[in-house]
Design a protein around this ligand. Structure first.
Ligand code: HXC
Ligand code: NAP
Length: 292
């Protein structure tokens, strides 16, 4: 969408950049001339992605293992990026954890796990990068990846909805407070964009076979990764230099149907047993990915 070189000279950190939408955004940022650091918990996954994207785009990717719930690991990502590329100009808070479940079936730990990755992880990274930018007088840009149900609310993804709503409020509040430093914060609220991570945990096979959720989307299709990458590149680029605190819903009109997962009231307790087992098995498999 943007012309060649639109992001040249920019260094961008993408959390969760090894997979899914983070990987697709990273690819486009590299194509537009940026240098990118990708970070998340699974180093082997990050390294595989970095190699693939460097070969495809000719760009440079730094990988750093980081659990966004751990501030010292976040500081290490920023330090390693400055050491390798000289500075950081943009942060994309894209990491998330999520799965569908009736809320009354969740343990306290299950709720904490999702909220800690999504909300705590995002505000820790935002705080760390903001301190670095203010101290070094860098007019940086943050892009937060939220969801449509952060606005509407939605059953069956309550921990994620609470956390993503907090991220939106932080986006708007800090856009005001840090505006004087030239720091911009915006967010995207995507509708469904097929990724392995989201589909295994939110639309497992058993469910996808029973409910054609595409029918909920006025444009009658899911989103394409390049479409999201185009918007993300614009929001972190200088072309959007006068835009801050904005939250862009990007969902083919799906939000007009209300809370994204409210249709799950049709799922029976027996079916929840099956879905929970499927999701937990996918969680275990993803933890193993990249391990010898
Ligand atoms: C009930 C569950 C559960 C399930 C996990 N738990 N899955 N409870 N139903 N289906 C519980 C566990 O039993 C445990 O609690 C607690 O959650 C933590 O689980 P762990 O596996 O120990 O946690 P961890 O290894 O940190 O993994 C985090 C995770 C996992 C969130 C559970 O799914 C993950 O790593 N996700 C990362 C990727 C991801 O989620 N991508 C999708 C993003 S999509 P107890 O008490 O039993 O120990 C998105 C947008 C949605 O956000 C919009 C789509 C259109
Ligand atoms: P995904 O591929 O599963 O991406 C999630 C990423 O977060 C993974 O790369 C994961 O890497 C990382 N992550 C999870 N826990 C982490 C932690 N504690 N510390 C650091 N990184 C962590 O799913 P996706 O669909 O691309 O989602 C990307 C973003 O888009 C998320 O914010 C999601 O909420 C949002 N979103 C997606 C959709 C959709 O339809 N796909 C819709 C709305 C919003 P590791 O496992 O290696 O840590």
């Amino acid at each position: 969408m943007l012309r060649d070189g639109s992001l040249s000279g920019k260094t961008i950190i993408v959390t969760g950049g090894g997979t899914g939408l983070g990987k697709s955004m990273t690819k486009y940022f590299l194509e537009l001339g940026a240098q990118v650091t990708i970070c998340s918990r699974r180093l082997a996954v990050l390294e595989k992605t970095a190699k693939e994207l460097e070969e495809q785009t000719g760009g440079q990717v730094l990988t750093v293992e980081c659990d966004v719930r751990k501030p010292e690991q976040i500081d290490a990502v920023i330090q390693a990026t400055v050491q390798r590329f000289g500075a950081v100009h943009c942060l994309v808070n894209n990491s998330a954890g999520n799965f569908i479940s009736p809320t009354e079936r969740l343990s306290y730990k299950a709720i904490d796990t999702v909220v800690d990755i999504v909300l705590r992880g995002t505000y820790y990274f935002t705080l760390a990068i903001g301190k670095y930018w203010i101290e070094n007088q860098i007019k940086g840009t943050i892009l937060n990846i939220s969801t449509t149900y952060a606005w509407t609310g939605s059953g069956w993804v309550v921990p994620s909805a609470m956390a993503k709503a907090g991220v939106l409020t932080m986006t708007k509040s800090l856009a005001y407070e840090w505006g004087k430093y030239g720091i911009r914060l915006n967010a995207i609220a995507p509708g469904p964009f097929p990724t392995k991570g989201a589909w295994e945990r939110l639309f497992p096979t058993e469910l996808a076979e029973k409910f054609a959720f595409e029918n909920r989307i006025p444009l009658n299709r899911t989103g394409e990764h390049q479409e999201l990458a185009n918007l993300a590149a614009y929001l972190i680029s200088d072309f959007s230099g006068y835009m801050t605190r904005e939250v862009i819903t990007f969902d083919g009109g799906e939000v007009l149907n209300g809370g994204q997962f409210n249709f799950l009231h049709q799922v029976t307790p027996e079916m929840w047993d099956v879905l929970e087992a499927q999701i937990k098995s996918a969680n275990r498999a993803s933890k193993q990915e990249g391990k010898p």
